[in-house]
Design a protein. Structure first.
Length: 113
């Protein structure tokens, strides 16, 4: 059974930081691109960042310079380090195993004073 478990979300003030984690089990991890998406209320789910099996990364323009995606293949975990958070970053954040299309359940990030 494939499971993706995100953690690390929460309430943070504008300008603050959070690190999200996504632990994958039940499937091969190292060969797949891993991606982070987010969905704000009333909006479509959007790609935030991705990292290939070789470590190449991509970012949405809205998060470039503030978010960093990384992975630890030994731990089957992908991370999203978020700094300088803004209220518009508020959303449910999901991780995804890109090849087979497995999704996690999401973790809420709320940026508010």
């Amino acid at each position: 059974q494939v499971q993706l478990v995100e953690s690390g979300g929460g309430l943070v003030q504008p300008g603050g930081s959070l690190r999200l984690s996504c632990v994958v089990s039940g499937t091969i991890f190292s060969i797949y691109t891993m991606t982070w998406y987010r969905q704000a209320p009333g909006k479509q789910r959007e790609l935030v960042a991705g990292i290939t099996s070789g470590g190449s990364t991509i970012y949405a323009d809205s998060v470039k310079g503030r978010f960093t995606v990384s992975r630890d293949n030994a731990k089957k975990t992908v991370y999203l380090q978020m700094i300088s958070l803004k209220p518009e970053d508020t959303a449910v954040y999901y991780c995804k195993v890109d090849g087979p299309g497995y999704w996690g359940q999401g973790t809420q990030v709320t940026v508010s004073s």
